[in-house]
Design a protein around this ligand. Structure first.
Ligand code: SAM
Length: 215
């Protein structure tokens, strides 16, 4: 039977199917997601690697958790500090750091290779309904651009992953890229995929009306 799960529980549900899972998290802040991952790791022989540009080392002293203060785009630094990522790969990456379309897309392109086959990358905050309700133009645009960037990554990598988007008004949406390809294989380079002219979309309802009149 379908059960509703919040984002963290949904990821924990996913990771529970893996043996000795490894989680890589981008964005810790006060550690709300981190602490839940750690609680899971304590009971399930998992490991959590977290990265934040600010010092969040005080979030936990669990030996299941390692923290690195770094820009998450600095992949060489991340891998140097968490070398298991390069050796055996990770089962789950959780992206909840800098919510900007190009940043998210770069993270996907950089780290996709290190996800194991059947592992997944989750990206938080991809649905702008909350901001639209509050008539917040800039954040509405940022969230729309983020989901567009994730879709563009997916369109370029349909042979390597599937994309699922979980929309729920309470949590601002979660995207899940489920990897079909083997650990160690790079993501395809992002290329622009043809799309229709946006102006035509604006005029489309009127064009349809006019065409009906003349039918
Ligand atoms: C939304 S908060 C993370 C929330 C956390 N996952 C939770 O559930 O409580 C975003 C975090 O990303 C961090 N951040 C922003 N840009 C970053 C970057 N380029 N690299 C790493 N961390 C970054 C910020 O310092 C902030 O702590």
């Amino acid at each position: 039977m379908y059960k509703f799960l919040n984002h963290i529980d949904l990821m924990i549900d996913f990771i529970s199917t893996k043996e000795k899972p490894i989680i890589l998290e981008f964005g810790v802040e006060r550690g709300s997601s981190t602490k839940k991952f750690i609680a899971f790791a304590e009971k399930n022989d998992a490991k959590i690697y977290s990265v934040d540009i600010n010092d969040c080392s005080g979030v936990s002293n669990s030996d299941k958790w390692k923290f690195l203060q770094s820009d998450d785009l600095e992949i060489d630094n991340v891998i140097r500090n968490f070398n298991e990522i390069e050796k055996v790969g990770v089962d789950l990456i959780y992206i909840d750091s800098y919510h900007e379309d190009k940043h998210v897309q770069k993270l996907l392109s950089l780290y996709f290779k290190y996800v194991k086959k059947n592992g997944a990358i989750f990206v938080d905050d991809v649905d702008n309904l909350y901001f639209r309700k509050n008539k917040d133009t800039w954040n509405s645009i940022v969230y729309d651009l983020t989901i567009d960037a994730i879709k563009e990554f997916y369109f370029n990598n349909t042979d390597k992953c599937s994309l699922r988007i979980i929309y729920d008004a309470d949590e601002n949406g979660l995207a899940m890229l489920h990897k079909k390809d083997d650990f160690g294989n790079d993501a395809n380079k992002i290329q622009k995929i043809w799309n229709y002219n946006f102006l035509i979309r604006l005029f489309y309802p009127y064009m349809r009306m006019i065409s009906k009149i003349f039918k």
